[in-house]
Design a protein around this ligand. Structure first.
Ligand code: AHR
Length: 634
């Protein structure tokens, strides 16, 4: 195969001879479908995820109540307000002395000094930048509460429009008792307009004191799961055909401090037994989307889990020394693997069964830590080796991913991360062409062109697509890859990291141009790369060819990152092609063009029929374009 660098050299040489020539001469791409070069990894494209940018709370996890456990990190009661209708009077504060469980051992105390049926007192929650409501929809809610006396009476729960307090739905739960108890309710809307400008109100019509915790409200969820995920976002992820999910981080796995690491055992079982924890992205995580929910997310989208285990390093340069200090962390990882993969006859497998999932999950990859090249103590070699030996002893078939090269041994897989500008990707699409195939496999576990905020613009999509052509060509080596970060809440204050694949607010969501490039690359992917040669192309034309051997179908991806068109004569020596094929085209008028929450469909792939596909196909790639040509052999 003629490498890109050589093709560029030819271009420069020809253009040097004659500017006119380089503008009119089409490039020539020769594809030899009968000559296989390498295999394509069936798990090449997947998802990377963590709690960042309100990815779960205020994002994928469909909970609508913000700070439902009153544990947000400020001193007042963030996201909750007092309600005093008419001449009702009340005050509220956090009570550290009582809560519904050992994990949630504090609560909100509401002291109502005056209230009656017409003058109610209580609390209000505005959700994650609004409470999104749709017409004729049932919302399932619950809360834990107790009162200072049985006389307090019923609690009224209402969904009200922000503009005029017009009631969208109402429910009541009967009188509280003096013991902590969970109450459930449902709220059904009528013929309202879909909107996120609503709030939730809980009130009583009697003086007295009540304590509240875990106030929860869910819309219908994907696959109708209790404690489940937003339907629109899951559908967007499903369209990416992801083969795996890398979780739970990212920095979120490590935490700023060891005490703030992702402790999986605190994220399983009933929500009331999950204490929540501070995440390194500056907000508290509800842990409602906990370990089992990650696994069920995998199940729902038919992805394999790529499980990262905490490995004794947290981001403020705190580490655990290899040896006996690290043993408890290694044991914790072994317990986690047993929870994921063990049968009902194992200790942690039985806990998973009790948590509602009898079937074990299949697992191939485990990652030891995250970005441990940041650990200045130099402890990663020892930590990786200790985890590796313990895990392989019990699970010899697991592939164990290192987050940085390890000097003392050869890891199964290395996780490489790239956050770059488009031009850096353009110049490095051959990055893995020469990598030693006898070394560790590669997982490009985080990568993105960082141009555009909150989501990538078309220039970024071009950088991404160019990079993906290089990954496809090298996917005998690159077993997996994932764009990061995946999700961003686009409301002010929602984003901690610029350039994220999918944006949303409480009600709506959209895919960025980069998202659509991912959808196209993942959907149209063969199982092998045939031999190919590109001659005479401009320096900003990138391509990859893969083919589905079983179907005799070929996918040619062309990325024209230039501001001018690029013609290509495509030759298929020895192949007899069907007369029609398919073209999927994503293009924009500028690198700065993009999609937004208000204009979500400005740049989307357009599918057309490719006619007169002969053995000598002439195609002109528009300026700033990403395209897949699907071509069948007869
Ligand atoms: O994707 C955002 C962050 O980038 C991840 O948490 C971390 O692994 C990387 O530095």
């Amino acid at each position: 195969m003629i490498q890109k660098a050589f093709a560029s050299f030819l271009f420069v040489t020809i253009c040097g001879l004659s500017v006119a020539l380089c503008q009119v001469q089409p490039a020539v791409l020769t594809i030899q479908a009968d000559k296989k070069v390498s295999n394509v990894s069936p798990t090449l494209y997947g998802l990377m995820t963590e709690e960042i940018n309100y990815s779960y709370d205020g994002g994928l996890y469909a909970e609508m109540v913000r700070n439902r456990t009153f544990r947000a990190r400020r001193r007042d009661v963030p996201y909750w307000l007092l309600v005093e209708d008419g001449n009702a009077a009340a005050k509220m504060e956090i009570d550290q002395q009582t809560g519904p469980s050992e994990a949630l051992n504090s609560s909100l105390r509401l002291e109502v000094s005056s209230a009656d049926a017409e003058n109610q007192a209580g609390v209000l929650n505005g959700g994650y930048w609004g409470i999104p409501l749709k017409p004729n929809t049932t919302y399932k809610g619950s809360f834990y509460a107790k009162a200072d006396s049985d006389a307090l009476g019923a609690v009224t729960i209402k969904l009200l429009a922000d503009a005029d307090d017009k009631t969208a739905a109402v429910a009541t739960v009967p009188g509280l008792t003096t013991a902590w108890k969970q109450y459930r309710f449902s709220l059904k809307t009528g013929a309202i307009q879909a909107s996120s400008r609503n709030h939730l109100v809980l009130t009583v019509g009697h003086a007295g004191t009540l304590w509240l915790n875990l106030v929860s409200l869910f819309p219908p969820t994907y696959h109708d799961r209790d404690n489940g995920n937003r339907i629109d976002l899951m559908e967007k992820l499903a369209a990416m055909h992801p083969a795996f999910l890398r979780f739970p981080g990212g920095n979120y796995l490590e935490g700023d401090h060891i005490s703030e690491r992702y402790e999986w055992k605190k994220t399983i079982g009933p929500l009331v037994d999950r204490p929540t924890h501070p995440s390194p992205w500056r907000y508290n995580s509800s842990d409602g989307l906990g370990l089992l929910e990650f696994l069920e997310w995998c199940e729902d989208l038919k992805m394999q889990p790529v499980l990262a285990v905490y490995a004794g390093y947290s981001m403020q340069q705190e580490h655990v020394n290899p040896g006996s200090d690290l043993d408890p962390y290694v044991q914790d990882a072994l317990d986690e693997l047993e929870y994921v993969t063990g049968g009902a006859d194992t200790k942690w497998g039985a806990v998973r069964v009790q948590n509602g999932h009898p079937e074990p999950f299949a697992l191939t990859y485990v990652e030891i830590g995250n970005e441990d090249f940041f650990d200045r103590s130099g402890s990663y070699d020892g930590r990786y080796e200790q985890f590796y030996k313990a895990i392989k002893a019990k699970y010899p078939n697991l592939q164990i991913i290192a987050t940085t090269p390890v000097k003392s041994m050869r890891p199964d897989v290395i996780d490489d991360h790239y956050y770059r500008r488009a031009t850096e990707f353009f110049h490095d699409t051959t990055h893995y062409d020469k990598t030693d195939r006898s070394g560790p496999k590669i997982f490009v576990g985080e990568w993105a062109t960082r141009e555009g905020a909150p989501t990538p613009n078309f220039g970024a999509a071009l950088g991404d697509a160019a990079w993906m052509t290089g990954m496809e060509r090298n996917s005998d080596l690159i077993v997996m890859s994932a764009y990061a970060p995946l999700l961003v809440n686009v409301n002010p204050g929602g984003m901690q990291w610029e350039t994220d694949l999918i944006g949303y607010d409480a009600l709506r969501s959209y895919g960025s141009p980069s998202y659509y490039a991912q959808v196209m690359f993942s959907h149209y992917l063969g199982d092998e790369t045939p031999d190919s040669q590109l001659v005479g192309a401009g320096p900003k034309l990138f391509y990859s060819v893969t083919q589905v051997t079983r179907k005799k179908r070929l996918y040619l991806k062309l990325v024209n990152a230039a501001s001018t068109t690029q013609s290509v004569n495509i030759k298929f020596p020895g192949a007899t092609l069907a007369n029609t094929g398919k073209l999927v085209l994503l293009k924009a008028g500028s690198t700065q063009a993009t999609n937004t929450i208000d204009e979500p469909n400005k740049i989307v792939p357009v599918e057309t029929t490719l006619r007169n596909v002969a053995n000598d196909l002439h195609y002109t790639a528009p300026a700033y374009s990403i395209q897949v040509l699907q071509i069948d052999e007869r």
